[in-house]
Write a protein that binds this ligand. Structure first.
Ligand code: C2O
Ligand code: CU
Length: 507
């Protein structure tokens, strides 16, 4: 690392300490200080306000358990919500009450988080923050109103269980707007390691021992000494996996990348007819991989980001961070095409087949020129007028300085690591501005539970946004959903290694 960078890092750290001290004073004087917990009356009141006349009760059952999955030419022992990964597709209408009974048949405790849904706090599924863990052999009933239409997903909020086969999609339909697509495909992207010789827990162990998450060989090893010298710096990505769009692009090299639970060698097939307008709902359920997606021979029109509508914009490819969802439409051509999810900054990709007629499927790794043409990211999008966050004076600001050390594999927000951070205090009714400041050389997809923020300056509504190395990015939200809300990096290895805090309502 150059002396200049080093000085910048040190200066940044000093600045942060100052800011944190001020923040502490401010929140003492401005908040009476008691946390609005998941059991608070305000949480139940917010739920009552969400209930809609005519809302139905939609029930489902999830049974997380050990299973053997066929990924397409490869069989793995793993954990999943049933016989497949992704798990069951859950579907409701905005205003419905979703009741999901979870029957934990795993050998360990678990939880289910409803990613992106602005739900009641006590149903958010974060052990230690909103509920107790669901013990092995125990059951838990999640029951909450789904207020907003869109593409969401569910996964455990327990350790690195998400990097097993424990994930599924939740679609919330808009009773007022069925959309004009002729068909719909749900396309779930994942990076896969479980059952191939290492479990995600072993990957995490190896990262903590200073490896690269893949045992003795490792892209980061040469940089570890450097990372250990300076707690404000981060080597993630330097000398490791790199992307021109994201900088340091991950810590873990995966043997497989999946589309709808299948490898590129024996891919899933998406059927349609020439001329049909198809809506594709992309979900990145990966744990350490951003995906660049494209459909050979087609351009896509992006219509939604993290469930919320955006001004439609057409593109060749789209970059999707972990936890992000994008809906696109495209008009199908006649033939057989590759839908690819290239592991950004890594080697390998997922692939599916788009088929509207006879012909041979493209080979795994087939060239798709769209991948290297125009690539859109979340911050390139603008909201439709109906979901634009109204302009308002900001009542409360919080900085979230993102940093880490690869040597000890510790990741922090404002120099603090979960579960011991000072929470980000807010009061009900405030306009809150969060400023993510990435002081590491790696990208972090930052996710806020229970709210859909707006990217500053009239940007899209989202709940998960990629913050690139050394970038500062602001988002605004209205504090209208009382409770304690996990706020973290959706790189699950980072979150599990400290990069998590809470947005904490105070009363
Ligand atoms: Cu999918 Cu706390 O997140
Ligand atoms: Cu991260």
């Amino acid at each position: 690392m150059s002396p200049i960078t080093r000085r910048a890092v040190l200066r940044g750290t000093a600045g942060l300490a100052g800011a944190a001290a001020l923040g502490g004073v401010a929140s003492c004087s401005r908040s009476t200080g008691s946390a609005v917990g998941p059991g608070a009356r305000a949480v139940a009141a917010a739920e009552d306000a969400r209930r809609r006349a005519g809302g139905r009760l939609v029930t489902a059952r999830l049974t997380p358990r050990p299973v053997t999955l066929d990924l397409g030419g490869r069989t793995v022992a793993t954990w999943a919500y049933g016989e497949t990964a992704p798990g069951p597709l859950l579907r409701a209408r905005a205003g419905d009450v979703l009741r999901v009974d979870v029957d934990n048949q795993l050998p360990v405790a678990t939880s289910v988080h409803w990613h992106g849904v602005a739900l009641r706090n006590d149903m958010d599924g974060v052990p230690g923050v909103t509920q107790d863990p669901v013990a092995a052999g125990a059951t838990f009933r999640y029951e909450f109103t789904v207020p907003d239409p869109g593409t969401y997903f569910y996964h455990p909020h327990s350790g690195v269980q998400l990097d097993r086969g424990l994930y599924g999609v939740l679609l919330v339909d808009d009773p007022e707007d069925p959309g004009d697509a002729d068909a719909e495909w749900v396309v779930v992207l994942d990076d896969w390691v479980d059952g191939t010789g290492r479990t995600p827990d072993q990957v995490l162990e190896s990262l903590r021992r200073g490896g690269s998450g893949e045992g003795p060989m490792g892209g980061m090893d040469g940089m570890d000494g450097m990372g250990g010298m300076d707690h404000g710096s981060m080597t993630g990505g330097m000398g490791g996996m790199q992307s021109p769009l994201l900088g340091g692009s991950g810590d873990v090299r995966y043997p497989f990348y999946l589309v709808n639970g299948r490898t590129a060698d024996d891919p899933a097939t998406l059927h349609g007819r020439p001329g049909q307008k198809v809506r594709i709902r992309f979900v990145n359920a990966g744990s350490d991989t951003a995906f660049r997606v494209a459909v050979g021979g087609h351009r896509m029109t992006v219509t939604h980001s993290d469930g919320f509508p955006v001004t439609p914009v057409s593109t060749d490819a789209l970059l999707i961070g972990m936890g992000e969802r994008f809906d696109v439409t495209l008009t199908l051509r006649d033939g057989v095409f590759a839908l690819v999810s290239s592991a950004e900054g890594k080697t390998g990709r997922g692939q599916a087949v788009v088929r509207t007629g006879p012909g041979r499927a493209p080979l795994a790794g087939a060239r798709v020129d769209e991948l290297t043409r125009q690539v859109l990211l979340g911050p390139d999008l603008t909201p439709t007028s109906g979901v634009r966050l109204p302009e308002r004076v900001v009542d409360r600001r919080h900085d979230l300085v993102l940093a880490g050390s690869m040597a000890t594999y510790r990741w922090s927000i404002n120099g603090q690591m979960f579960p011991d951070p000072d929470p980000l205090a807010v009061s009900h009714g405030e306009r809150v501005r969060l400023r993510f400041v990435n002081r590491s050389m790696m990208f972090h997809p930052m996710h806020v539970h229970g709210h859909t923020f707006a990217l500053a300056n009239g940007g899209a509504r989202k709940d998960t946004v990629i913050v690139r190395p050394m970038e500062a990015l602001e988002v605004d939200l209205d504090a209208d959903n009382p409770g304690q809300w996990a706020t973290h990096c959706h790189n699950i290895y980072h979150a599990e290694s400290g990069m998590m805090t809470t947005l904490s309502y105070r009363a």
